[in-house]
Design a protein around this ligand. Structure first.
Ligand code: DQA
Length: 139
Protein backbone atom coordinates (compact mmCIF):
# COMPACT_ATOMS: atom_id res chain seq x y z
CA UNK A 1 0.00 0.00 0.00
CA UNK A 2 1.39 3.34 -1.06
CA UNK A 3 0.63 6.14 1.43
CA UNK A 4 1.92 9.67 1.00
CA UNK A 5 2.23 12.25 3.76
CA UNK A 6 2.24 15.86 2.58
CA UNK A 7 3.00 18.77 4.89
CA UNK A 8 2.51 22.42 4.02
CA UNK A 9 4.17 25.65 5.09
CA UNK A 10 6.16 26.01 8.30
CA UNK A 11 5.79 22.35 9.20
CA UNK A 12 9.50 21.97 8.36
CA UNK A 13 10.00 23.84 11.64
CA UNK A 14 8.23 21.30 13.83
CA UNK A 15 10.25 20.73 16.96
CA UNK A 16 11.17 24.39 17.33
CA UNK A 17 8.09 26.24 16.10
CA UNK A 18 5.48 27.22 18.73
CA UNK A 19 6.30 24.11 20.76
CA UNK A 20 3.44 24.81 23.17
CA UNK A 21 1.06 24.09 20.28
CA UNK A 22 2.97 21.70 18.01
CA UNK A 23 5.28 19.88 20.41
CA UNK A 24 9.04 19.38 20.54
CA UNK A 25 9.48 16.52 18.11
CA UNK A 26 10.73 17.12 14.58
CA UNK A 27 8.71 15.56 11.81
CA UNK A 28 11.80 13.71 10.58
CA UNK A 29 12.13 11.94 13.96
CA UNK A 30 8.42 11.15 14.04
CA UNK A 31 8.59 9.78 10.49
CA UNK A 32 11.33 7.32 11.45
CA UNK A 33 8.99 5.92 14.12
CA UNK A 34 6.08 5.72 11.70
CA UNK A 35 8.17 3.90 9.11
CA UNK A 36 9.32 1.38 11.74
CA UNK A 37 5.76 0.79 12.91
CA UNK A 38 4.34 0.42 9.41
CA UNK A 39 7.07 -1.53 7.61
CA UNK A 40 4.44 -3.15 5.42
CA UNK A 41 3.57 0.22 3.87
CA UNK A 42 5.36 2.22 1.24
CA UNK A 43 5.32 5.46 3.19
CA UNK A 44 6.61 8.64 1.49
CA UNK A 45 6.91 12.18 2.74
CA UNK A 46 6.95 15.58 1.06
CA UNK A 47 7.00 19.05 2.62
CA UNK A 48 6.95 22.43 0.96
CA UNK A 49 6.39 26.02 1.95
CA UNK A 50 5.32 26.81 -1.61
CA UNK A 51 1.68 26.45 -2.65
CA UNK A 52 2.41 25.60 -6.30
CA UNK A 53 4.93 22.92 -5.31
CA UNK A 54 2.30 21.29 -3.12
CA UNK A 55 -0.16 21.34 -6.02
CA UNK A 56 2.44 19.88 -8.41
CA UNK A 57 3.22 17.11 -5.93
CA UNK A 58 -0.45 16.31 -5.30
CA UNK A 59 -0.91 15.96 -9.08
CA UNK A 60 2.24 13.80 -9.35
CA UNK A 61 1.18 11.24 -6.73
CA UNK A 62 -2.59 11.59 -6.89
CA UNK A 63 -3.25 9.04 -9.64
CA UNK A 64 -1.23 6.05 -8.49
CA UNK A 65 -1.21 6.08 -4.69
CA UNK A 66 -3.57 4.43 -2.22
CA UNK A 67 -3.89 7.34 0.17
CA UNK A 68 -2.72 10.87 0.83
CA UNK A 69 -2.46 12.32 4.32
CA UNK A 70 -2.45 16.08 3.91
CA UNK A 71 -1.65 18.74 6.45
CA UNK A 72 -1.83 21.82 4.23
CA UNK A 73 -1.10 23.97 7.33
CA UNK A 74 -1.98 27.64 6.73
CA UNK A 75 -2.98 26.90 3.10
CA UNK A 76 -5.86 24.86 4.51
CA UNK A 77 -7.60 28.12 5.28
CA UNK A 78 -6.77 29.98 2.05
CA UNK A 79 -6.00 27.75 -0.91
CA UNK A 80 -8.61 27.14 -3.58
CA UNK A 81 -5.72 25.81 -5.71
CA UNK A 82 -4.98 22.96 -3.31
CA UNK A 83 -8.69 22.32 -2.90
CA UNK A 84 -9.07 22.04 -6.70
CA UNK A 85 -6.04 19.72 -6.89
CA UNK A 86 -7.68 17.34 -4.42
CA UNK A 87 -10.88 17.38 -6.48
CA UNK A 88 -8.87 16.58 -9.61
CA UNK A 89 -7.11 13.41 -8.42
CA UNK A 90 -8.47 9.96 -7.68
CA UNK A 91 -6.44 9.09 -4.56
CA UNK A 92 -8.44 9.62 -1.35
CA UNK A 93 -7.15 12.37 0.93
CA UNK A 94 -7.35 12.50 4.71
CA UNK A 95 -6.90 15.99 6.09
CA UNK A 96 -4.92 16.17 9.31
CA UNK A 97 -3.93 18.87 11.75
CA UNK A 98 -1.69 18.62 14.76
CA UNK A 99 -3.65 21.17 16.76
CA UNK A 100 -7.39 21.47 17.26
CA UNK A 101 -7.96 24.28 14.79
CA UNK A 102 -11.49 24.80 16.10
CA UNK A 103 -10.21 25.78 19.52
CA UNK A 104 -7.96 28.43 17.96
CA UNK A 105 -8.47 31.67 16.04
CA UNK A 106 -11.65 31.89 13.97
CA UNK A 107 -9.74 32.12 10.67
CA UNK A 108 -8.53 28.57 11.32
CA UNK A 109 -12.10 27.25 11.46
CA UNK A 110 -12.47 27.50 7.69
CA UNK A 111 -10.98 24.69 5.57
CA UNK A 112 -10.97 24.52 1.78
CA UNK A 113 -9.82 20.91 2.06
CA UNK A 114 -12.48 19.27 4.27
CA UNK A 115 -15.33 19.17 1.71
CA UNK A 116 -13.22 17.04 -0.64
CA UNK A 117 -11.40 14.92 1.93
CA UNK A 118 -12.43 11.42 2.92
CA UNK A 119 -12.10 12.47 6.53
CA UNK A 120 -10.58 14.91 8.97
CA UNK A 121 -8.39 14.12 11.98
CA UNK A 122 -7.21 16.94 14.20
CA UNK A 123 -6.09 17.85 17.64
CA UNK A 124 -4.13 14.71 18.57
CA UNK A 125 -0.68 16.18 18.10
CA UNK A 126 1.59 14.22 15.75
CA UNK A 127 -0.52 11.17 16.54
CA UNK A 128 -3.08 12.63 14.11
CA UNK A 129 -0.91 11.25 11.27
CA UNK A 130 -0.84 7.73 12.74
CA UNK A 131 -4.61 7.78 13.15
CA UNK A 132 -4.91 8.74 9.49
CA UNK A 133 -2.69 5.79 8.49
CA UNK A 134 -4.85 3.49 10.63
CA UNK A 135 -7.97 4.70 8.88
CA UNK A 136 -6.44 3.81 5.50
CA UNK A 137 -5.26 0.35 6.52
CA UNK A 138 -8.34 -0.70 8.46
CA UNK A 139 -10.66 0.25 5.63
C1 DQA B 1 -1.97 23.28 11.42
C2 DQA B 1 -3.04 24.29 11.81
C3 DQA B 1 -2.99 25.49 10.88
O1 DQA B 1 -3.99 26.42 11.25
C4 DQA B 1 -1.65 26.17 10.96
O2 DQA B 1 -1.58 27.23 10.04
C5 DQA B 1 -0.51 25.24 10.80
C6 DQA B 1 -0.58 23.89 11.38
C7 DQA B 1 -1.91 22.10 12.42
O3 DQA B 1 -1.35 21.07 12.04
O4 DQA B 1 -2.37 22.20 13.54
O5 DQA B 1 0.54 25.60 10.27
O6 DQA B 1 -2.29 22.74 10.16
Amino acid sequence: MKIIIINGPNLNLLGTRETNIYGKETFEDYLIKLKKKYRQLELSYFQSNVEGELINFIQDVGFDSDGIILNAAAYTHTSIGISDAIKSINTPVIEVHISNTFSREEYRHQSYITPYARGLILGFGLDSYRLAIESFITK
